[in-house]
Write a protein that binds this ligand. Structure first.
Ligand code: ADP
Length: 501
């Protein structure tokens, strides 16, 4: 099947509907006119018959076999006209008289109709003579109360037929012309209405091809200048959708770029310790005998330290990969954050011990948050671990929590070297290490992977909170974690605990 364009379909549908309306109105007018003319002719025949009957004089004659003959005395031709012929018939159907315009022809006589006139009835019928329709009217002629003859009028319907024929022709011509105009007009209107859609299709296609979602389609109105019509709104909606697509595409590109960077950084980070482990193991394999005990121990210790760092790195990478994919199983429960802080404090003491640092547990208010206890502990451990790592020996680290704005603020502060202003905006980025010279090898507690703070931030955000840092180079840093709190009992002050490692 040929598939027509919307333009043609609209135009043809429009024409079809108009055609139906025209046909219905034409048929109605035609039938009404036909009936009206037929009625008019019958009425006029009836009136003429009455008139002839009234003005014709009769004489009663007596014949040998018949009692009465009807003799029309007046001249029937007076009543005839070009389309009208008159005959007078005797009661038994003999033509007694006819108008001159009949010449030598006769109006055919219908016996049946004649019989019916005997009951004093007018009879009308249409007959066809030589292919021409004639309306015949029978009117009984009475004399002395008896039907003594029949007046027969014949009215040619030729003129009516010609007029109706012309009317049909006019209907046909007007109809055909109207349909042609309707088709062309409909097509033109549909084309005008669809032009902005064509434009929109072209624009959208070009945008799709070029993948330039920054472009917009033209917001053309169908008619006039008003852009808020249906097509105008379609273009506006399309443009809004393009805007959202552009935004989503941008975000996707950013995510992809950061994923690529993440993978590149991760590979880079894994390569270095692996190379060290490999070199040391190869050395031990090749020249174990040639090495003295101290060198052998050092090579083994180096390899072990790198393997530990690798484990830590892989664990961190796994955490972040799961975070990215949203796969990490979430355990949400009511977590008394003060208990978690005390737990972290106990573990932190062990971290601070070798560096002779002082870990102080400041006031900790009793607060319950909704979240994953293990994740929250991990978050605080990262901060304490960092504070221990980046604070020189003998330094002081404070840990405390207070209620603020319907939530809790947990602060981990140290009096270490602080963070340079240029590094501050980046320390939460993955693999970002502020001071590249403080290499992991010299850090006995925790090999820096540059992933700790990004994990910490992710955990805080997962709990609808956040993490901030304030730092003064040379004086120390304070990391503050904000978490929303659940309604809890009246805050309970916990005594300040200090411990010198
Ligand atoms: P890393 O594994 O290197 O510690 P993090 O993401 O935990 O990675 O920290 C990123 C960087 O932020 C660190 O390399 C360090 O330079 C800086 N940093 C983090 N915590 C502190 C702190 N308490 N004092 C000074 N610098 C810090």
């Amino acid at each position: 099947m040929v598939s027509l364009s919307i333009r043609w379909r609209l135009a043809l549908l429009y024409t079809f509907v108009l055609g139906l309306c025209l046909l219905a109105s034409d048929v109605l007018v035609y039938v009404a006119l036909d009936r009206y003319l037929a009625q008019e002719i019958d009425d006029s025949l009836s009136a003429q018959a009455q008139e002839i009957a009234a003005t014709t004089r009769f004489a009663l004659v007596t014949g040998p076999s018949t009692f009465g003959y009807l003799v029309p005395l007046s001249n029937l031709t007076v009543f005839s006209s070009p389309g009208l012929s008159v005959q007078i018939l005797s009661g038994d159907g003999q033509i007694v008289r006819r108008s001159e315009n009949l010449g030598d022809r006769e109006l055919p006589i219908d016996r049946d109709a004649l019989d019916r006139t005997q009951d004093n009835q007018d009879v009308q019928q249409t007959i066809v003579v030589d292919g021409s329709p004639i309306r015949v009217f029978y009117h009984p002629l009475r004399f002395g109360g008896e039907v003594v003859g029949v007046l027969q009028l014949g009215r040619s319907l030729r003129d009516v037929e010609v007029a109706l024929g012309q009317l049909r022709l006019a209907f046909f011509a007007i109809g055909a012309l109207s349909l042609l105009v309707a088709t062309l007009g409909g097509w033109w209107l549909a084309r005008a209405a669809l032009r902005p859609i064509d434009r929109l299709t072209r624009d959208a296609h070009a945008i799709g091809e070029s993948r330039d979602f920054g472009r917009r389609v033209a917001e053309l109105p169908v008619f006039g200048k008003h852009p808020r019509d249906e097509v105008g709104r379609l273009a506006t909606t399309f443009n809004e959708m393009l805007g959202q697509l552009q935004e989503a595409y941008g975000e996707l590109e950013q995510t992809l770029a950061s994923q690529r960077r993440f993978v590149a950084d991760a590979s880079h980070e894994l390569r270095t310790p692996l190379a060290t482990v490999r070199t040391n193991l190869e050395l031990l394999q090749r020249a174990a005998d040639a090495l003295d005990d101290a060198d052998r121990d050092e090579a083994l210790a180096d390899a072990l330290a790198e393997v530990q760092r690798l484990s830590r790195l892989v664990a961190d990478l796994l955490t972040l990969a799961r975070a990215d994919s949203g796969l990490r199983a979430e355990r949400r429960e009511e977590v008394p954050i003060d208990d978690v802080i005390r737990d972290v404090y106990r573990q932190g003491r062990l971290l601070a011990l070798p560096r002779e640092q002082r870990l102080v547990l400041d006031a900790v208010e009793e607060v319950v948050v909704h979240g994953d206890q293990d994740q929250l502990k991990e978050l605080l451990l990262i901060l304490v671990d960092n504070a221990v790592t980046y604070t020189p020996e003998g330094g002081e680290i404070h840990l405390g929590a207070e209620r603020r704005d319907g939530g809790v603020r947990i602060a981990v502060s140290d009096n270490g070297g602080g963070i340079a202003a240029r590094d501050l905006p980046h320390i939460f980025e993955r693999f970002y290490r502020a001071d590249q010279t403080r290499t992991r090898g010299s850090e006995p507690l925790r090999g820096g992977t540059g992933l700790g703070l990004s994990i910490a931030r992710w955990i805080a955000e997962e709990h609808d909170g956040g993490i901030e840092v304030q730092s003064t180079p040379g004086r120390g840093s304070t990391f503050t974690v904000r978490l929303p709190a659940l309604a809890t009992p009246a805050p309970r002050r916990v005594p300040k605990v200090a411990l010198r490692a």
